[in-house]
Design a protein. Sequence first.
Length: 529
Amino acid sequence: EAAEISAIGLGALLVPMFHFYHSDGSTDIAFGLLAVGLSLAVGACAAVARTNRDRSKNRSFALLGVVTAVLLSGAALLILPIWAAGVGIALIGLMLLHVGQLSEDRRLASIAWIFGAAGVLACPYSQIVDGTNLPNTIDALHWAAQAAIAAAFAWRERTAGRDIAQFLTPAFLYLALSPLVSDQVEPLTAPVLLVGVAAITRFKDLRLAPAMASCFMIIIAWALSPLLTWSMAAAASLVGSPVLVSDVPGLADAIAKLLVPAALGGAAVLIAADRLHSHERIAGCALSALPGLIGAHSLYKQLFAISTPQAFVDLGLVERTLWELAFASLAFLAVRLRRPVPGLILAAAAAAHELLYTLLLHNPLWSAQAVGGWPVLNMLLPVYVLALGLAVAARRAVRPISEEGTRAADFIQMILIVLFAFSELRQLFHGALLTTPGLTGAEDILRSILAIALAVGFLIWGITRQHRDWRIASLVLMLAAVGKVFLFDASGLEGVTRIASFVALGLSLIGIGWLYARHLGADRAAEPA
């Protein structure tokens, strides 16, 4: 009987509509009322079927309930505007879910999701087909109602569907708020919703990770365009192309689409930390940190506003050094606050940035970068002091776990000292731009003297600290200086000057040899112990 009643109920609506329905809408009300009456009749039969104690094995109740829902949905489409009809169909799905749970019939609960999905898609599908748009207030009301229904689905559902409904609720709320806010504020809607969801988890003891994931996806969608703009400039910078202020996101995008959403996202993760798994917290922090870092960098680029290659020559070194110093300072602060992992990440970022951009790609020794006109007291000093500080910190960090890492850190320190010394010597003769062509005789001679002085310094440091690598480096420097003096410098000297240079070089070699031999003997005496 249930199948017959269902066929009669559907046929009593569809057959008359096939013969007498008018596409101009003049018959919609009449057929809509017919669908309501038929749904009442079929629903009454479903109520009778519900009294069957063995309804879990009998399909009559589920069949009649679904047919009733179909007739009600048809009535909604015929009588109501399309946006209200979509809300009505979704409500019918929620009703099926509720009735199915009360009747302990999972078939109705599963079919309820079909009606919910149909209600959500009805209005967008109609707009796409007809090419029409709803007024902003009606559009907002429609999506707000859908968000409420999705929240009710999440509250009533007990299976995996709860996560889907949770995920959709803030997305529908975002669609409801978007028509009501200005274009400048719209990117901030999802971050505010994210903080609101996190606050609910705090006060209601709920786990709303899917809803937070939905908000994060909207945030990332808004950030895609500025992230792509920044990424293209960053990729070009890896081969030496300067990043100008016009190559990064503008001030408005950096704040509204990157920086503020990242800050609110991080705050939301902290608020809901107790309700999130460890991998969810890590993912939330990563999704907040990446846009935040890029937004901060884009905002920082506005400070110097380097817009031409000449401006990059004049201000590029200052800009990079302050940025690296900020990272190093934050790393130091994190370590002082007993946060070693963030401190390690920040220190590694500062070291990588300085190594790649300041010391390799745009080193003032071989790239046009203004260092300042004052001897010693110029930009070379903070650049190499910061680099040496990071190298010393790295040595202390790896010393307990790796002897090879310690030796590598010592090697880096030696290279930095040599580069700094020769850069300062070059600045003394050429001023702000070390790449200015030309080499005077005095500068050439001073290079040899400086190499000998560095060799002596490395040797004394190696003896004092008992570091064998520093003593070997001193010998390498001394041999290089001696070879340069004999092969190149001496050819430009004559008479007494040449004799004096050889005497000075010989005395230096004798003194260094004596120091090294004396200390080497002490090392050999200590080997048996």
